[in-house]
Ligand binder design. Structure first.
Ligand code: NAP
Length: 509
């Protein structure tokens, strides 16, 4: 357990809605931040002192004993509407209760709350003079300094994290925030490293700032209250981590084994900067106690340059989806896509010796699939839309190559198994597209779609229509994650719980 607090931030257009939101937030929050600036114009007359005082009392009652943190933010500091300085002054002059308050630097001398936070928000990036801003805010005499910056890459929050470390060393309460998906790690790991509180959304899709995690996820998935500086940190490194199921699977496994470990999304654009500034022992600027990573698009190949060694499978495939960091700082790369892919196939189909397999697509996932299929004695043909681009794959693994023309082939009757490794059918633009029709699938023994969102893809529906048994991508996703768990912890992965956690998240959407 750490001493940090979870602060659920609530916003609403009307006073009645705001009171309702406070009541709901109080069920999970230690602190409820009330964004009075979110109210529509005319909802609250800030010049009516008695009216403001009465509303604050009602809100305090709705918060049923939780700390209420009032905020009435200027628009340039993230406030919801064009609030004048006169209105802001009137609001703070009317606040006469003993809750907490978050004021901007220009009005910080107003109000006398039980705890005064002085905050600074930057919605464009990380200011160069962050140290100076931090010192200025500390000099105001506020009880707590809060600095929120915007992160476009996972290493961007380093300066604000350093301010947290400094404040902690000097025993000063501090709240660091890096907004955006790339800054999510600061919201998850902050309490473990001494942040006074971390802000949370009341629910999924109800964020009051970019990158906010829901209170339920902070508590149940990331278990932020239980983390500390000794917590082993794992994470997914990817170009887009916002929809990843990996945090849900891995944190469920860590929880079940009762490990002091957490799995965090790290949305990384510049992999060199991330590895140099945050991971490599000789050059890193902050200490997060990293023990391993899942690696996904677009870093599966480029990560290799940053590792000290590869296991044989990763070396043969030429791609890494798993990194283990040993206590001495050594980084080793593995590929669990290959075993993760083959395990459900062997379970479903049995012996693959001489099985004729059509693999659609020739990207990174195809490499792992083809490697595993060849290892198991299958006869593989890769179908690719860009033949010259796919030639190295065919040559590396000694398999046949054919052109992939969607809808342009009579069928796959001369094959036993069809594997889709293209993203066709994935949630988004191509969700309703299938790389093969039911007619083309007739006669196959098995269809295996690597796509896992949605759970039932257009290809799987076509397989149902053709009465061909099918395996969906979730089976591989869980199996590759289970193998990662084994590599990182040496423990038997709780596969059922990992699968359930992924499914639960898919259902939530
Ligand atoms: P990738 O490296 O980008 O490869 C995608 C392949 O599909 C490329 O050969 C690409 O051809 C081809 N492709 C893309 N769009 C196409 C289209 N409209 N028509 C025909 N071919 C098309 O991606 P990846 O890492 O291999 O991942 C591929 C899919 O597998 C993704 O949906 C991913 O989510 C899924 N996956 C699932 C798991 C799992 O555990 N279930 C694991 C890994 C990957 P070009 O090279 O010509 O663009």
């Amino acid at each position: 357990m750490n001493d940090g607090k979870i602060c659920v931030s609530v916003a609403a257009a009307t006073v009645a809605e705001l009171i309702g939101e406070v009541g709901r937030a109080a069920r999970t929050a230690d602190v409820v931040e009330v964004r009075f600036d979110s109210l529509n114009e005319g909802e609250l007359d800030v010049f009516d002192r008695a009216g403001v005082a009465s509303l604050l009392k009602t809100i305090a009652a709705a918060a049923s004993g939780r700390i209420v943190l009032s905020t009435f933010r200027a628009p340039e500091q993230g406030g919801n509407r064009a609030i004048s300085v006169a209105e802001r002054k009137a609001f703070w002059n009317a606040v006469d209760y003993r809750g907490w308050a978050d004021l901007e630097e220009d009005l910080v001398e107003l109000a006398a709350p039980a705890v005064k936070i002085c905050s600074h928000h930057d919605f464009t990036g990380v200011p160069d003079n962050l140290d100076e801003i931090g010192e200025r805010l500390a000099a105001t005499g506020a009880d707590v300094v809060k600095i929120a910056v915007s992160a476009a890459d996972a290493a961007d929050p380093i300066p604000v994290w350093k301010l947290l470390e400094k404040a902690r060393a000097e025993n000063r309460p501090f709240i660091p925030i890096a907004m955006g998906e790339s800054g999510k790690w600061t919201r998850i790991l902050g309490l473990a490293h001494g942040a006074l509180l971390t802000y949370a959304a009341p629910g999924a899709g109800r964020e009051t700032a970019p990158g906010q995690v829901s209170a339920a996820d902070l508590i149940d998935v990331y278990r932020v209250r239980e983390l500390n500086a000794e917590t082993a940190v794992y994470g997914i490194l990817g170009g887009n981590t916002s929809v990843s199921l990996s945090p849900h699977m891995h944190n469920a496994a860590f929880h079940l084994h009762n490990l002091n470990a957490v799995f965090v999304p790290f949305q990384v654009r510049d992999l060199d900067a991330f590895m140099q500034r945050m991971v490599r022992p000789a050059t890193r600027e902050i200490e997060l106690n990293f023990r391993g990573f899942s690696v996904t698009i677009p870093h599966k190949q480029t990560i290799i340059d940053h590792l000290d060694g590869l296991d044989e499978t990763a070396g043969r495939i030429g791609a890494v989806n798993t990194v283990r960091i040993d206590p001495d700082g050594r980084l080793t790369g593995f590929n669990t896509d290959a075993p993760g892919f083959i395990e459900p196939l062997l379970n479903s189909y049995g012996d693959l010796q001489n099985a004729r397999v059509a693999v659609l697509g020739a990207g990174g996932a195809a490499r792992a699939c083809v490697f595993a299929l060849k290892q198991n004695g299958a006869a593989v043909t890769v179908f690719a839309r860009d033949l010259p681009k796919a030639e190295p794959l065919a040559a590396d693994f000694g398999v046949d190559l054919a052109e992939l023309v969607i809808g342009g082939r009579a069928g796959y009757r001369d094959f036993d198994i069809l594997v889709n490794t293209t993203p066709l059918g994935m949630k988004g633009k191509t969700e309703n597209q299938s790389p093969a029709t039911a007619e083309q699938l007739r006669g196959l023994d098995l269809v295996y779609d690597l796509v896992y969102v949605p759970f039932q893809t257009a290809l799987m529906t076509a397989a149902d229509e053709a009465e061909v048994p099918k395996i969906g991508g979730l089976a591989m996703l869980v199996a590759q994650a289970a193998e990662q768990h084994r590599i990182w912890t040496g423990l038997e992965p709780p596969v059922k719980e990992m699968s359930r956690a992924a499914l639960r998240r898919l259902e939530i959407g």
